[in-house]
Design a protein around this ligand. Structure first.
Ligand SMILES: Nc1ncnc2c1ncn2[C@@H]1O[C@H](COP(=O)(O)OP(=O)(O)OP(=O)(O)O)[C@@H](O)[C@H]1O
Ligand SMILES: [Mg+2]
Length: 469
C-alpha cells in the first residue's frame, strides 16, 4: 500500500502542482483547501504525512499542526511558508513540525524531505511496536520466582527502578542477570528511551572503546564513518555492561572517568559530550577476588557497586523449580502450537533434584529439548535425560544451606531416593542387588522405595517387586 500525503493549501494552483508531483512519485494524495478541512480530513485517518501552508483564510498552519500533534504525535508535518519567516518556522519546529520549506521550493529538495519524513514515521512506528513487544517480554510478571529470595529481589528492583542509581547484578551463569537488567529499565522512567547492552568480554580493548565512546571518521583503519558510541546512543536510557569483570585495566580507567564526569570523548576526537545514562553492570565473577589479584580497580568497583543485587543460583531456591518448569512448558508448548503437556511427579522430582550448574537457562533448554523429543501428553521420568536422573545431584560438601534453612529429614530422604534410583538403574531394576550396592537390607530398601515412590527408568516399584519375588 502506498503512503498517503495530505496537502493543505488554500491556493488551487499549489494543490494541483503538489498533487501532480507527489502522485508521480508514487504517493497517494489527499487535498484540503482550509485549515478546518485539513483537520477534518486528518481525523478520518490513514494519513502518513501532512504538508501544510501556514497562512490560510480560516486559521494558521500552526493551529493545524497543533491539532494534528494532539491527535497523533507520530505523524510528520512539513510546513510550507510563502516567504521565509524564520520566526514562524522556529515556532513550527517547536510545536513538533518535522521541517519547513519556503515557497517557491526546489522540487528535488521537497521530494527528498517528503521521503525522509515518511521514513522517520515508519521508524517511529516500528520502534513503538518493538518497544511494546519488549515491554511485555520484560514485565516483572514474566520473571518467575516465589521463593523468599526472589520475592526480596522483586521488591528491591521495583524500588531501584524508580531511581537512576547504578546497579550491579551478580550471579552465576544463567541466573537471569540480563532479564532483571531489562526489567529494571522497562519499569523505570527511562523506559521510553533505549536499553543497550554490550558484553565487555567479547571485544578487544580498542574496539570496546569505540563501541562505548564512539569514534571520529578516519580515527583508525576501518573507521569509515563517524560513530556515536553506546553511551551517547543510550542517552537518557540504560546501558547494560555485561561481564564487567572481563574489562581490561586501561578500559576500566576510561570507564571510571566517563562515569565520574558523566562525559564521553570519541576515539580520535577532542570535544567532550555530556551524557545521562543509567548504568547496570553484571558479572559472574567474584570482583573482590579480582581486586585482590589486581585485575579490577577498586575505585571503579565502588563506583559501580552502588546497589548490588545478588541473584541466587537455582539450587539455592529449589522451590521455584516446579514454577519455572510449568512456565517453560507452557511457553514452549505455545510456541510449538501444541496443548500444554502435563508433567509426572517423578519427572518433576528429578528436575527438582538436579544441581543445575547452568541455572535457569539450563532448565529452560532442557524443557525445550524434552518437549521436542517426547511424544506423549505427559512428560515422564523416561523423558528426562539420564544424567539428570542419575547425577544425584547433591554430593556431600556441595550442599548450600539456604538462608532460610531446610528440612534436614526431607533433604536426606531426597538424597536417599536419588541414590536408590541410581542403584536400581545400575542393577536393571533388581531391588536385592540395588540394596546390596547401598549396604541396605532388602527390607528397608523396599520400605523406602515404596514410601518415596522410587522407580527405575520410570517403572513403578510394584512391577519390579513382582519380578524380584
Ligand atoms: N526468574 C526467571 N523467570 C523466567 N525466566 C528466567 C528467569 N531467570 C532467567 N530466566 C531465563 O533464563 C535465561 C537466562 O537468563 P539471562 O540471560 O538473563 O541470564 P544471565 O544471568 O544473564 O546469564 P549469563 O551469565 O550466562 O549471561 C533467559 O532465557 C531468561 O529469560
Ligand atoms: Mg547474560
Amino acid at each position: 500500500m502506498s503512503q498517503r500525503i495530505l496537502v493543505v493549501d488554500d491556493e488551487q494552483s499549489m494543490q494541483d502542482f503538489l498533487r501532480l508531483l507527489l502522485e508521480s512519485a508514487g504517493y497517494d494524495v489527499s487535498v484540503a483547501s482550509s485549515m478546518k478541512e485539513g483537520e477534518s480530513r486528518f481525523r478520518k485517518g490513514g494519513i502518513d504525512l501532512v504538508l501544510s501552508d501556514i497562512i490560510m483564510p480560516d486559521g494558521t498552519g500552526l493551529e493545524l499542526l497543533r491539532a494534528i500533534k494532539e491527535l497523533d504525535a507520530r505523524t510528520s508535518v512539513i510546513m510550507m511558508t510563502a516567504y521565509a519567516s524564520t520566526k514562524t518556522a522556529i515556532e513550527a519546529m517547536k510545536l513538533g513540525a518535522y521541517d519547513y520549506v519556503s515557497k517557491p521550493f526546489d522540487v528535488d529538495e521537497l521530494q527528498l524531505l517528503v521521503q525522509k519524513a515518511l521514513e522517520k514515521t515508519e521508524l517511529v512506528e516500528e520502534n513503538v511496536y518493538l518497544r511494546r513487544e519488549l515491554e511485555e517480554k520484560y514485565q516483572f510478571s514474566n520473571i518467575v520466582g516465589r521463593s523468599p529470595k526472589m520475592q526480596e529481589i522483586f521488591s528491591l528492583i521495583e524500588r531501584v527502578a524508580r531511581t537512576s542509581s547504578t546497579v550491579m547484578l551478580q550471579g552465576e551463569s544463567g541466573t537471569g542477570k540480563e532479564l532483571i537488567a531489562r526489567a529494571i529499565h522497562f519499569a523505570s522512567p527511562r523506559a521510553e528511551r533505549r536499553f543497550l547492552s554490550i558484553n565487555c568480554g567479547a571485544l578487544p580493548e580498542t574496539l570496546l572503546e569505540s563501541e562505548l565512546f564512539g569514534h571520529e571518521k578516519g580515527s583508525f583503519t576501518g573507521a569509515f564513518r563517524e560513530k556515536k558510541g553506546l553511551f551517547r546512543d543510550s542517552h537518557q536510557g540504560t546501558l547494560f555492561l555485561d561481564e564487567i569483570g572481563e574489562m581490561s585495566p586501561p578500559m576500566q580507567v576510561k570507564l571510571l572517568r566517563a562515569l565520574q564526569e558523566k562525559k564521553v570523548r570519541k576515539v580520535g576526537g577532542t570535544a567532550e559530550q555530556a551524557v545521562d545514562v543509567r548504568i547496570i553492570t553484571a558479572t559472574n565473577q567474584d570482583l573482590a577476588e579480582l581486586i585482590e589479584r589486581g585485575d579490577f580497580r577498586e575505585d571503579l568497583y565502588y563506583r559501580i557497586n552502588v546497589i548490588p543485587i545478588q541473584l541466587p543460583a537455582l539450587r539455592q531456591r529449589r522451590e521455584d523449580i516446579p514454577l519455572l518448569v510449568d512456565y517453560f512448558v507452557k511457553k514452549h508448548c505455545d510456541e510449538m502450537g501444541i496443548p500444554p503437556r502435563q508433567i509426572e511427579t517423578s519427572a518433576m522430582r528429578a528436575l527438582e533434584e538436579h544441581r543445575w550448574p547452568g541455572n535457569v537457562r539450563e532448565l529452560e533448554n532442557m524443557i525445550e529439548r524434552i518437549l521436542a523429543l517426547s511424544t506423549g501428553d505427559t512428560i515422564t521420568a523416561r523423558d528426562v535425560p539420564t544424567h539428570v536422573l542419575e547425577g544425584t545431584h547433591v554430593r556431600p560438601g556441595e550442599v548450600d544451606l539456604p538462608d532460610d534453612g531446610l528440612n534436614l529429614e526431607g533433604y536426606l530422604d531426597d538424597i536417599r531416593a536419588g541414590l536408590m534410583r541410581q542403584a536400581l538403574d545400575r542393577t536393571a531394576g533388581v531391588q536385592t542387588q540395588a540394596a546390596d550396592l547401598l549396604g541396605m537390607s532388602f527390607r528397608s530398601f523396599r520400605y523406602y522405595a515404596k514410601k518415596m515412590g522410587v522407580t527405575s527408568g520410570g517403572r513403578p516399584v510394584e512391577q519390579q517387586e513382582e519380578q524380584d519375588t
